[in-house]
Design a protein around this ligand. Structure first.
Ligand code: GDP
Ligand code: MG
Length: 716
């Protein structure tokens, strides 16, 4: 059994290579930070080789969680060899990690990826020279085209069997090397022999996490500190920067001798597109138009055609419900069982699945935008805006992933180094409509605003507005004060999206949706059906009319809470609560309560019934509340894991619900006032809420918090 670790910069093609080698279909995204956890698999056709896909990292310093995960894995689990995947189009940045990997005492082989692009550009990399200068084998590959990957495995196998120690070719400045030797003298025997060099560098850099792992006496620590200080005085720089500079000097010398850039002053097509797409003035309008089109296509046109078909034909009178109904009647199934299956399961789950076509179209559009490279630009554009409001542009990547599902979205917050930015991101990521909220948007748009194309996009922009406003307001509190972390992101070259990766991506998201429909939504629908079918009538418990059901009693208890938002109807209240289990349940509950079952009787379908139960204003308030309020249990669970702390989770959930409530209230009450329904005490409350919020938005930042950012963090 041979264990190989795949390490490299974010977006260097690790996952593409992993999929190519293992035949897996892991998610490939054209932006950094997609693989946050390591993934394992076996190599196709060579089952003895075990491959681990590590999260992307720029260095082995412990600044981000991924760096820590990757470093611990490499040091503690000692793979037989590291395949260091290097993006050949970005040698300088990628080799920075390489210079650190070769210090770990594990055989390293370099997979020089994206060679297809290099060749297309007509550039030349002298791999033989590169090998000589770094001291390990270099194999040219193109993970995307599957070129050279077999050869890579053959060579990696060779290297790991030989267990050939790398003789590190780069040396630091003599003075630095001198200090390192002195440190080595002190720690000799206290660390593993083959890691001696690495430890000496880490201690020289004052890496706290590494220091924790070895036991040193007080005197030892003191002498090491003296060595470092002396060196820092010599270089007039801090020790960490000294090492970084040294590495870059070395890398520059490698690149000078191995890399022939083509001397062209012409801009590449990618650059030309970027000139327009990331233009200061045009960027936002272009983004708005693109997102508008995406939602327009998926919710208003193409997707709707599919959904109409599913609703009218597949789940229509002569479709599935009819067939199942006839079957149940013919086998003489009990009345309650017929009701459970038709009203509960088919009604509820069917209502949710009806939106699958719209979602497939949305996922397809998003997948194409991601894969071609546009979404990476969006993160870049958003950084400019977010930064103005004290948020990091890095927050946008979790949000992007959150358009599929909030759970991985929240998890993607791990790429953010700064603790405060990370926390704000965890709190706000789920404001973006995830795929499960899409059916709610589509239902409200279809039922109450037929023909209107603005509802879908408006939900998306409402989510972004909630995030930006939250960022502004929260950053003014003691807990979150401080500057956002810098955001460095490589913009990948545009490319025509690959059909395979787009489809995998679309299917990935759709799969979890369908799976949920079959499990959690199925159960919830059965429960809702039970509660709405049973209750007390004339003092005895049994099947009753909906008006006497347990569900109505429960719903009527909560309903008054939502009356100020315009949807004090118990059915809407129940739907909102079931949405906490999974957002798809909102529509599922509507399916049961406003009934597919009645389709056969009065010819009305669910949309008509929903339309009759809401005014457009109330419906939009309902939509806003459900979009912004606490996410489903799964996402709350993910938030809890990422916060690692119940107090924070509670704070976040309360904040989300409060914001959702205030938004719903303002939309409904002010809307009522504007449309001439008079001024009531609730109108006054709504105006106060809006004024209060505007005050919070424009209140100046408090200087004293900026200074105490660190302290605020400690208190948190
Ligand atoms: P990771 O973040 O390192 O896992 O990178 P991914 O595997 O997600 O790939 C990032 C992007 O680079 C994707 O859009 C890939 O399609 C693209 N990519 C990966 N390998 C190659 C390659 O060899 N050539 C080209 N042209 N693109 C590649
Ligand atoms: Mg990846």
């Amino acid at each position: 059994m041979i264990k190989l670790a795949l390490a490299g910069n974010p977006n260097s093609g690790k996952t593409t290579l992993f999929n190519d080698l293992t035949g897996a279909s892991q998610y490939v995204g054209n932006w950094p930070g997609v693989t946050v956890e390591k993934k394992e698999g076996r190599v196709k056709g060579d089952k003895d080789i075990h491959l681990v896909d590590l999260p992307g990292i720029y260095s082995l310093s412990p600044y981000t969680l991924e760096e820590v995960v990757s470093r611990n894995f490499l040091i503690n689990e000692k793979p037989d060899a590291i395949i260091n995947i290097v993006d050949a189009t970005n040698l300088e940045r990628n080799l920075y990690l390489t210079t650190q990997l070769v210090e770990l005492g594990i055989p390293v082989i370099i997979a020089l990826n994206m060679m297809d692009i290099i060749k297309k550009k007509g550039e030349i990399i002298n791999t033989k020279k590169l090998e000589e200068q770094i001291g390990c084998k270099v194999v040219e590959i193109s993970a995307l085209k599957g070129e050279g990957t077999k050869n890579l495995i053959t060579e990696a196998k060779k290297v790991s069997i030989e267990k050939k120690k790398i003789d590190i070719k780069h040396t630091f400045d003599v003075k630095v090397e001198g200090s390192l030797s002195e440190i080595k003298e002190i720690i000799k025997g206290k660390v593993k022999e083959d890691l001696l060099h690495w430890y000496s560098i880490k201690l020289y850099e004052r890496d706290g996490k590494v220091l924790e792992t070895i036991t040193l006496s007080k005197e030892d620590k003191k002498s090491i500190e003296t060595i470092i200080e002396k060196s820092e005085n010599e270089f007039d720089d801090d020790s960490e920067s000294i090492i970084t500079n040294e590495r870059y000097t070395y890398i520059t010398s490698i690149i000078d001798s191995c890399f022939k850039k083509r001397n062209n002053t012409l801009m590449s097509t990618s650059d030309k597109i970027d000139k327009i797409v990331t233009n200061r003035i045009l960027a936002i309008p272009i983004f708005a138009i693109v997102m508008y089109l995406v939602y327009y296509i998926s919710i208003s046109t193409v997707g709707t055609a599919g959904t109409d078909w599913v609703n009218d034909v597949l789940f229509g009178e002569n479709g599935i419900p009819g067939v199942i109904g006839n079957f149940l009647a013919s086998v003489g199934a009990a009345q309650w069982l017929q009701s459970l299956i038709l009203d509960g399961i088919v009604g509820g789950v069917g209502a949710v699945l009806g939106f699958l076509p719209q979602m497939l179209v949305l996922f397809l559009c998003l997948a194409i935008l991601e894969d071609c490279g546009y979404m990476a630009r969006v993160a870049f554009i958003m950084d400019r805006i977010f930064r103005k409001f004290g948020l990091s542009g890095k927050s946008f990547i979790p949000m992007l992933i959150g358009t599929g599902c909030g759970v991985p979205g929240v998890m993607a917050s791990r790429t953010i180094e700064n603790e405060r930015d990370r926390k704000i991101t965890i709190m706000t990521t789920t404001f973006i409509p995830c795929s499960a909220k899409l059916p709610i948007i589509a239902l409200i748009a279809g039922a109450l605003f037929p023909g209107a194309t603005w509802v879908g996009p408006s939900a998306y922009f409402l989510g972004i507005a909630a995030i930006v406003c939250s960022g502004i307001v929260l950053k003014k509190t003691r807990r979150f004060a401080g500057d956002p972390a810098p955001f460095v992101m490589e913009l990948p070259a545009y490319h025509i999206p690959g059909a395979k990766s787009v489809l995998i991506h679309m299917w990935d998201r759709a799969k979890s949706f369908v799976k949920k429909a079959g499990t959690i939504i199925f159960l919830a629908c059965a429960l809702i059906w039970f509660l709405q079918s049973f209750g007390f009538e004339n003092g005895s418990f049994g099947m009753v009319e909906m008006d006497n059901s347990l569900l109505k009693s429960i719903g009527s208890l909560i309903a008054p809470l939502f009356a100020p938002l315009g949807f004090g109807d118990w059915k809407a209240a129940v739907a909102t609560v079931t949405g906490l289990i999974a957002k798809e349940n909102v529509v599922g509950t509507f399916g049961i309560l406003y009934g597919f079952a009645e389709v056969a009787e009065d010819g009305a379908e669910i949309w008509t019934n929903v339309a009759a139960a809401f005014t457009p204003l109330a419906a939009y308030a309902f939509l806003a509340f459900n979009l912004l309020s606490a996410p489903c249990f799964a996402a709350i669970g993910a938030m809890h894991r990422e916060f690692g702390n119940g107090k924070w989770t509670l704070f976040a959930v309360i904040y989300q619900c409060l914001l959702a409530y205030c938004t719903g209230l303002s939309i409904y009450q002010i809307g009522m006032f504007v449309t001439g329904h008079g001024f009531t005490i609730l109108t006054a409350v709504a105006f106060l809420v809006v004024i209060g919020f505007i005050y919070l938005l424009f209140k100046p930042y408090s200087e004293k918090y900026d200074l105490s950012g660190k302290e605020a963090l400690l208190n948190a």
